[in-house]
Write a protein that binds this ligand. Structure first.
Ligand code: AP5
Length: 219
C-alpha cells in the first residue's frame, strides 16, 4: 500500500463519498470528509456551521482559515495518528500547503492521491439523482436506490436531496470551483513527487472500488 496518509480526489459527484467509507474501513483508516463535518456542524447549529452554510448552499468554498482549523484539529485526534483518508480536503493550494506544514511538523507527509476520473456529464447525472441521510450515507435514485424509498438502508434515517445539488449550483461547483481552484492541488502534489493514482470512476460502484483497491495495493 502506498503509505497511509491518503487523499481521495475528484470533482463533486465523482463518487468520493460513496467509495471512501468502504476503502477506509478495509484499510483501517479514519475517513475524514470536510463536507460531512460542515453538514454535522450545521445540524448541531454551531457557529462554524452557520458561517459555512451560505457558502455551501451557493456551491462556493468555505474560507480556508475555517476549514484548515477544523481539519487540523481532526487529524490531531488519536485515530488519525497512523494515517487517514481525506475526502474533500485540500480543495485549494493554500489548504494543501497548510496541511503539508502541519504534517511536516510531525515528520510526516501526504503519501498518495487517489484520483477518480469522471466527466462533467457524469457529475451532473449523478448529482441530480443523489439522496443522502443525516449520517452522510449516499444513494442514487437510479444507480443505487435504497431498498425502501426515501429511507437509508444503513441507519434507517430519512433520505433527502442536498441543498447544493441543484443543477446550476452543481455546474458552479464543477467549473468555477473544482476546475479553477481544486484541480491545481493535484499539480501541487505532483511537483512534490507525491503520486497521483488515476482511477476510472465510471461503471458500477463495485467496479470502481476494485480499481481503487488495486491502485492502492500496487507497489
Ligand atoms: P462535499 O460534501 O465535499 O461535496 P463535493 O466534493 O462537492 O463532493 P460530493 O459530496 O458532491 O460528491 P462525491 O464525490 O462525494 O460523490 P458521491 O459519492 O456523493 O462539499 C460540499 C461543500 O462543503 C463544498 O461545496 C464547500 O462549500 C464545502 N467544503 C467542503 N470541504 C471544503 C474545503 N476543503 N474547503 C472549502 N469548502 C469546503 O456520489 C454522487 C452520486 O453519484 C451519488 O448519488 C452516488 O450514489 C452516485 N454514484 C457514485 N458512484 C457511482 C457510480 N460508479 N455509478 C453511478 N452512480 C454513482
Amino acid at each position: 500500500m502506498a503509505g497511509r496518509n491518503l487523499i481521495i480526489f475528484g470533482p463533486p459527484g465523482a463518487g468520493k463519498g460513496t467509495q471512501a467509507p468502504r476503502l477506509a474501513a478495509e484499510f483501517g483508516l479514519p475517513h475524514v470528509a470536510t463536507g460531512d463535518m460542515f453538514r454535522a456542524h450545521q445540524r448541531e447549529g454551531t457557529a462554524l456551521g452557520l458561517r459555512a452554510k451560505a457558502y455551501m448552499e451557493a456551491g462556493e468554498l468555505v474560507p480556508d482559515t475555517l476549514v484548515i482549523e477544523m481539519l487540523v484539529e481532526r487529524i490531531g485526534q488519536a485515530d488519525a495518528a497512523d494515517g487517514f483518508l481525506l475526502d474533500g480536503f485540500p480543495r485549494t493550494v493554500a489548504q494543501a500547503v497548510a496541511l503539508d506544514v502541519e504534517l511536516a511538523a510531525n515528520g510526516s507527509r501526504i503519501d498518495a492521491l487517489l484520483v477518480l476520473d469522471v466527466t462533467e456529464e457524469d457529475v451532473v447525472t449523478r448529482i441530480s439523482g443523489r439522496l443522502v441521510c443525516a449520517n452522510g450515507h449516499v444513494f442514487h435514485e437510479t444507480f443505487s436506490p435504497p431498498a425502501v424509498a426515501a429511507v437509508c438502508d444503513t441507519c434507517g434515517l430519512a433520505l433527502a436531496r442536498r441543498a447544493d445539488d441543484e443543477p446550476d449550483v452543481v455546474r458552479n461547483r464543477y467549473r468555477n470551483v473544482y476546475l479553477a481552484q481544486t484541480a491545481p492541488v493535484r499539480d501541487h502534489y505532483t511537483a512534490l513527487g507525491v503520486p497521483a493514482l488515476d482511477v476510472d470512476g465510471t461503471g458500477s460502484t463495485d467496479a470502481v472500488y476494485e480499481r481503487l483497491r488495486t491502485a492502492l495495493q500496487r507497489p
